[in-house]
Design a protein around this ligand. Structure first.
Ligand code: GLU
Ligand code: ZN
Length: 491
């Protein structure tokens, strides 16, 4: 029998800034949908007015676009299950909650927070399960009315079946949850606001989601959602099937602690601002729980989509390794077409990243050196320091570089180098020969001889290949900078 077409969802809550865990979840859902020729639903879970913000919503959309993800249904794309923002679906949830109550799957619970807390403490002290104890499960109409007269406002609580819930997780295999570990849970607040516990599975049912791929932190909500699904099928909400669940492994950060969304290391914006390229970041994030093959860490997003399936996802926690992320990003920068690389560098060649005056920028000079920079960058933001010598009036002053390169004897070497450079044809090969010859006169190998020249001209001991840099900078500016360094040494 042909299985139903794949329908997956990415359903973040718009709180705070997007983080890498979220991106990994989006990536795996997107790749799964594309691999199977299925549908990706992008849904915004914004039912928590106190925590959700429009700014965060805009950031989420911006992040999805920057990463290159497309979605088949959702904000801007529209679709048959509109609207895709839960804040606009409140009537649907109220109606479902009412029907769940009518069918006996849910009931009004009048217990106050203090009462619940007291009974939980008592149960704990007695060594018993400490979840909701069922006090309001079988309230009579009179009891409920009496509670109301006391001014109590009920929440709506879902009635869990008194039997274990078993399901086969697509990542971790068969799992069973005993009823005492999954007590009845709230689905609507006393003020009528529906909770995540209700709206998430209701929308998954209505939107006919076939596979729920999400972080392991949500595993404990799965037995409740499965029970709710069954109840929804009973009252005719959705198409009556329960999606398959796959829980993606935890991501561990520094010190082998779970990477939390508040960790600075977890912020997507950080990677964007440092100049990670989407292909590099996604390649790296795909390795958090998955691999293309044992001997290949670097691949394109198309290769990932072709190979990705949920049964290849590993249940073990994954470790976030910044060094590896950077190395993979560097590989992706190298793999770009030069023209794409030049275009991608643009933000870092302007204010506020670039320290030079806008009119000082020379696109042609930059393009000449770009291929040399491309093979050396870890992140695109490194480009600024690599080419600033071209566009600043004077090289940056880096004290450490100066001290390191301008040892006793540097002035004599620089003088000779200046003479040879002044006489040389202005091309990299001839300039290199000039510095070699100057070095020989002072008993210095090229490496030692070029260091003072590099610092005189670029301000730094490390940078792009020196002689190509001098060629692009030009004779006049190069010699003027060597003169300035000589003057400084003589002062
Ligand atoms: N809005 C939920 C969250 O961001 C979605 C959880 C889920 O994927 O079911 O945590
Ligand atoms: Zn109660």
């Amino acid at each position: 029998m042909a299985s139903a077409p794949v329908r997956v969802r990415f359903c973040p809550s718009p709180t705070g800034n997007p983080h890498v865990g979220l991106v990994r979840t989006a990536l795996f859902n997107w790749a799964f949908a594309r691999h199977h020729g299925g549908t990706l639903v992008f849904r915004i879970e914004d039912t928590d007015a106190a925590r959700d913000s429009e700014e965060s919503y805009e950031q989420l959309l911006g992040a999805m676009r920057w990463l290159g993800f497309d979605w088949d249904e959702g904000p801007e794309a529209g679709g048959p299950h509109e609207p895709y923002r839960q804040s606009q679906r409140m009537e649907i949830y109220a109606d479902v909650a009412r029907r769940l109550k009518e069918a006996g799957h849910a009931y009004e619970c009048y217990c106050t927070t203090e009462e619940l807390e007291q009974r939980r403490e008592a149960a704990r002290a007695a060594g018993k399960a400490s979840g909701y104890d069922g006090t309001c499960r079988e309230l009579t109409a009179e009891q409920a009315a009496a509670h109301r007269r006391e001014g109590r406002e009920p929440i709506v609580r879902f009635r869990m079946p008194d039997e274990p819930i078993t399901f086969t997780d697509l990542v971790r295999g068969e799992l069973t949850f005993a009823p005492e570990n999954v007590p009845d849970f709230g689905i609507v607040r006393a003020n009528g606001a529906p909770l995540y516990t209700l709206v998430n599975p209701v929308d998954d049912a209505l939107m006919e989601i076939t596979h729920v791929l999400r972080g392991e932190d949500l595993l404990s909500s799965t037995p409740r959602q499965i029970a709710l699904y069954r109840a929804l099928a009973g009252i005719g909400v959705g198409n009556g099937t329960t999606p398959a669940f796959g829980h993606l492994p935890y991501v561990m950060g520094e010190g082998n602690k779970k990477l939390s969304k508040r960790d600075p290391q977890a912020s997507l914006n950080l990677y964007r601002e440092r100049g990670f390229v989407p292909a590099g970041l996604l390649n790296y994030l795909s390795l958090l729980g998955w691999s293309l093959s044992a001997d290949r860490d670097v691949f394109s997003i198309d290769e990932m989509v072709a190979a990705f399936d949920i049964d290849g996802v590993n249940a073990n926690p994954a470790r976030f390794d910044l060094k590896k992320a950077e190395a993979i990003n560097a590989d992706h920068i190298r793999m770009m077409e030069v023209a794409d690389f030049v275009a991608a560098c643009e933000p870092w060649l302007q204010a506020p990243h670039a320290p030079w005056a806008p009119e000082a920028f020379d696109a042609k000079a930059f393009e000449e050196l770009a291929p040399l920079a491309q093979t050396r960058l870890t992140v695109l933001s490194d480009i600024t320091a690599n080419v600033d010598f071209l566009f600043l009036d004077e090289p940056v002053e880096d004290e450490a570089s100066w001290t390191k390169a301008m040892k006793p004897g540097a002035d004599a070497l620089l003088k000779t180098a200046r003479e040879k450079l002044a006489d040389a044809d202005w091309n990299a090969e001839a300039l290199k020969q000039a510095v070699i010859t100057a070095g020989e006169e002072h008993g210095l190998k090229l490496g030692k001889a070029q260091a003072p020249v590099r610092v005189a001209v670029t301000g730094r001991t490390v940078g792009l290949p020196l002689f190509e840099s001098l060629e692009v900078l030009g004779r006049e500016r190069t010699l003027a900078r060597v003169d300035a360094a000589l003057a400084k040494l003589a002062a």
